[in-house]
Design a protein around this ligand. Structure first.
Ligand code: ADP
Ligand code: MG
Length: 317
């Protein structure tokens, strides 16, 4: 390696902490972090593996962004406020231009949400990026998957399916990030942190959509010991998706596509109107179904139950 491990950390990942709750950041054996009194620490980790989670040619900025975004999305889905991150980086070689761009993507998203990088680990090996994100939430306001109630309305945020369509365009070699909004949605998905915080204490259950809306709704139902009705006619389809794909393909992207990091949540009917009024300014919110007793997800089209292929989006299909 041209740069040693120490110089590499020093050069790319040792920016001074900006948060006052970081008593000790990068440089010692471990970070010292101060959790506000009365809050629970929320911890999430996710790994991106070269060839599995990103394709050859993915801009390093996007890898840095995505590695943090998937974790911040998990915190959003808990209703948490993010604070700190740790980065474990396995690199086959030290390429300074790659590291510079990777760090730029990571820090841009971290800065946008007030997150400090407070530590990590750096080793030589195949390209693998693991981030652990830490944040906090008032325990009573934390969002779980397991607490939906029969009769609760099911909502999804934003425009699910756009990222999957962007990935498909990339795989066809048809587009690049610069000129395609769907590809940008895949490479630079924005975690719904403000929405997650707003849902805290108001949604009855929530999770982020990472493997596809239909499969993820199934997971939320299983965790809650209930079932759900999903109204296919009410699924949100963005104008860009509708412009570029047939109706059936749009529906498949929305139901089975991951990587948008939208939030799926349930809310009691008597709280729904107020919640919509308060949180719609943040992003589109679409009512797509209702929790019911029983198990599994029933898909309805024009009131009739229909079979829908329900597997999550397959990166290699
Ligand atoms: P140790 O041998 O005690 O684990 P390291 O040499 O691995 O120490 O790391 C030195 C310091 O640099 C630690 O504070 C660690 O958290 C931090 N660090 C190492 N790699 C990274 C990285 N990729 N990003 C951010 N901080 C890192
Ligand atoms: Mg170490």
């Amino acid at each position: 390696m041209a740069l040693g491990e120490f110089e590499l950390i020093e050069r790319f990942f040792s920016r001074p902490s900006r948060r006052r709750d970081v008593l000790l950041g990068v440089g010692d054996d471990a970070a010292l972090l101060e959790v506000p009194p009365g809050r629970a620490l929320v911890a999430a980790t996710d790994t991106l593996v070269d060839g599995r989670h990103f394709l050859a040619g993915t801009p390093p900025e996007s890898i840095g962004h995505q590695a943090l975004a998937v974790n911040l999305s998990d915190l959003a889905a808990m209703g948490a406020e993010p604070a700190w991150a740790l980065l474990s980086l396995s690199l086959p070689e030290v390429r300074e231009s790659w590291l510079e761009r990777f760090a730029a993507g990571l820090y841009a998203l971290a800065d946008a949400h007030g997150v400090d990088l407070v530590g990590g680990d750096t080793v030589r090996g195949p390209l693998v990026v693991t981030i652990e994100a830490l944040g906090f939430v008032e325990p009573a306001l934390a969002l779980r998957r397991s607490s939906a109630q029969p009769g609760d309305l099911v909502y999804v945020s934003g425009w699910p399916g756009e990222a999957a369509a962007g990935l498909a365009a990339l795989q066809r070699g048809a587009s690049s990030a610069a000129d395609d909004p769907l590809v940008r949605r895949f490479l630079y998905a924005e975690p719904r942190l403000a929405l997650g915080k707003g849902l805290g204490g108001r949604a009855s259950a929530a999770m982020d959509v990472s493997d596809g809306l239909l499969g993820d709704l199934g997971k939320l139902c299983r965790a809650s010991g209930l079932g759900a009705r999903l109204d296919l006619d009410s699924l949100p389809v963005s104008a860009e998706l509708a412009r570029r794909h047939e109706r059936d393909a749009c529906e498949r992207f929305v139901l089975a596509g991951g990587d948008d990091y939208e939030l799926l949540f349930t809310v009691s009917p008597d709280r729904a109107e107020q919640l919509e009024a308060d949180l719609r300014p943040l992003c589109p919110l679409t009512r797509i179904g209702q929790i019911e007793s029983g198990d599994g997800v029933r898909c309805l089209r024009e009131g009739l139950e229909t079979a829908v292929r329900g597997e999550g989006y397959d990166h290699f299909a």
